[in-house]
Write a protein that binds this ligand. Structure first.
Ligand code: A1EIL
Length: 173
């Protein structure tokens, strides 16, 4: 296969994997939202990801860090309307990444790469809270960190492949 054919095939593969990862991200966020709402209305609700006292996702989602990433509440007040469950920006975030993946321009790919790069710092901050502050292991949370990391790797490959593709098409014209 020619170089440009190989690039095109690799881009298709990346697109597929990124769609799958974004759908997983949205699904994990919707599940987190569902658990948080269920637990808030019924203290006896036990989620699938509540395995033990220290492996409990609902304890994490209903903690003060489960809303507004623990930041918005301390600035605007816990009861501020912007202090929503973390899963809501999560759903918006993965949807934006998904939409950017459907745009074939290099600019869209670069914006996508930057957003994903930043999300790993968010993962680090949330993992810190999870491990050192809440002393919990949350399966859903850790899964989102893995999804963010894998999406970031894909986004970096996508940008370099698109750059190679565009510099080749300039050479050949
Ligand atoms: C479900 C999810 C993350 C899981 C979790 O947040 C949860 C649910 C939570 O309650 C929690 C509590 C205490 C410690 C850790 C945790 C978490 O681990 C989604 C984030 C995904 C990603 C890390 C978001 C990236 C945010 C963007 C950088 C901000 C952009 C905002 C957009 C609207 C454009």
């Amino acid at each position: 296969m020619s170089k440009s054919g190989k690039n095109a095939a690799f881009l298709q593969k990346l697109r597929l994997w990124m769609i799958i990862l974004c759908v997983i991200g949205v699904a994990l966020s919707i599940y987190a939202l569902y658990v948080e709402i269920s637990k808030e209305s019924d203290q006896n609700y036990r989620a699938m990801c509540d395995i033990s006292e220290s492996i409990s996702c609902s304890r994490v989602f209903t903690s003060r860090y489960g809303r507004g990433f623990g930041i918005i509440g301390s600035i605007l007040g816990e009861d501020h309307p912007l202090n929503q469950p973390n899963s809501i920006p999560g759903i918006i975030f993965y949807s934006i990444v998904l939409i950017l993946g459907e745009n074939t321009s290099l600019t869209a790919a670069k914006i996508q790469k930057s957003l994903l790069f930043i999300s790993n710092f968010m993962s680090l901050y949330l993992a810190y809270l999870l491990y050192y502050v809440l002393h919990d292991f949350c399966v859903v949370c850790v899964s989102t960190y893995v999804v963010n990391f894998l999406l970031t790797v894909c986004a970096f490959w996508r940008v370099s492949t698109l750059q190679a593709k565009y510099s080749d098409s300039k050479k050949n014209s």
